[in-house]
Ligand binder design. Sequence first.
Ligand code: GCU
Length: 633
Amino acid sequence: MYKVWKLLLLSGCLAVSSLAGAQDDQAPGQAQANQGAGKRAELAQRLPTLQNIYGRQHLSLNGRWHYIVDPYETGFYNYRRQPFDQSATGAGGFYDDRKPRSKDDAVEYDFDGSPTLAVPADWNSQNAKLEFYEGTVWLRQKFNAEPKQGKRYFLYFGAVNYEAHVYLNGKKLGSHKGGFTPFQFEVTDRLLKGGNTVVVKADNTRHQDDIPTVNTDWWNYGGITRDVLLAETPDTYIEDYQIQLAKGDMGRIEGYVQMSGARRAQDVTIAIAELGVKTTVKTDANGRAAVSIALPKNKVRYWSPEDPKLYAVSIAGATDTLNDRIGLRTITTRGHDILLNGKSVFLRGVSLHDENPLIPGRLRGEGDMRMMLQWAKDMNCNYVRLAHYPHSEEMMKLADEMGLMVWAEVPVYWTISWEKPEVYANAAQQLTDLVVRDKNRASVVIWSIGNETPVSPVRTEFMGRLADTVRKLDSTRLVGAALEVHRNGDVVTVEDPLADKIDLASFNQYAGWYWSNNKEMLKFSFKVDYNKPVLVTEFGADALGGYHADVDTKWSEEYQDQLYKNTFKLLDAIPGLRGITPWILTDFRSPRRPHPEYQDYWNRKGLISETGKKKLAFYTLKSYYDHKQQQYK
Ligand code: GCU
């Protein structure tokens, strides 16, 4: 049982975690360089990502945060647009959380008197005035702490969309770009004994050179959309580990453990008591050790959707212990087959956004995440495409537990600024943060490096480098992307130079919706000349839930249902088809969908409406999957 250190919070439960700032303002170690300059507030040290945030005693800073909407960034710049933020003390901005010093002192903001937002949650879904808001919002939380000698403290954010600047007690910790991946700062020497104040400047303004760019078909939900945790670790702690079957070898675990801190060279024991296996490794001067464990024959229950067995894994060093629940499985391909634990499988999937259609807003916790994944299971899915960006860590853990394989993706979506090195660095960082965070999740079987990116030499070079990056980070999973297709009359050809760099012939197609209609769509045929498993990663049609008409009337449930029936005929004719993820589980918000009668800023391709109503096509897809399940018994 962990020692719990006394922290009084305005609200929240106990939890401790930590993670490095993936894109703060400086290179590692530059904080010391700044001291001499004195030019900028000394920024928090950034450290590599910590594994298993939720496996540690973590204190949650979730709850009601006071907020100030700041479209002109008055809290960050003076009236000449000189940045407050770069001053030595950082004094002047909203992050000072200042009160008037005298009756002559006019302070024109006050967090205490400002309204509150629930964190984690986007602001768009919490205040009608912010539904379409894109810009800066300042958020503040106060808490008490009693930091102890010999311990280290970290401030962790599950995600802030899109750019975050973080301050503790008025001093800048650092900043982060990327709306869907975790980051954190070490605050060991900055936590005060007693009262502390954390202030976040969150800005969801879109920019062409961001990842994603200005143009997406989903709502730009801004804010602190995932957990905020404050963490305590021993002085020398378990920073990272990977424990999984060796690629294609069901008799051996292969991985590594990484310690951090002064005493990082130490003995570390990895044990799975239920299997009676244990090994002790010696980490080297850098704190790292390879792990290899032979598994007992005929004793392991390999993870699968039918039997999502998770083993309790303990990782115990001299100074720190962590426990995790890990499923053991292999995922490989052989020609057109996808092999899960050596057996050919068909991925009975569905795509989904990180959005609760009933609110609507970002998924906020186990309750609504489990609702979404249960809807997928109600359809007899064994697989989900978590589009188009990293979903939360809790979502991946639920997929582990509920038995759903996962396609995880970074938002390298549509028309990226391929030619800019800083844009590549951003994409590679987001991909790295995703892989580092979720590499111990058995459910994750595919890393996707992007979606529908127009073919050009600079794009294929960019995406090819991303594929190389993800394979270096993790050689145990498949690499995918939604490749480009082109139509020549009635023949749809999947032909994309990027195909050589990924393990799947995966593509989106919209026969019957954007291309043609139900009456004529059976004229199409698909040409997929790759000796790889074929995954159709999107197809579908809009249907306004409850709108009924004949099968040739677009926007009706009958039209959508007939399109699904027609599509199964087209796809079953593709040799090598090994999975589909129709677009999409539920209707979702999009500023690209303004039709006043059918859309009202909703993309209606959901199989479930925004009231939770299952449309006709939901049941048609389920019966198709029941049949597929028999075929692959
Ligand atoms: C595209 C895209 C999706 C989009 C869908 C649609 O294929 O990948 O993000 O929502 O089509 O047009 O509905």
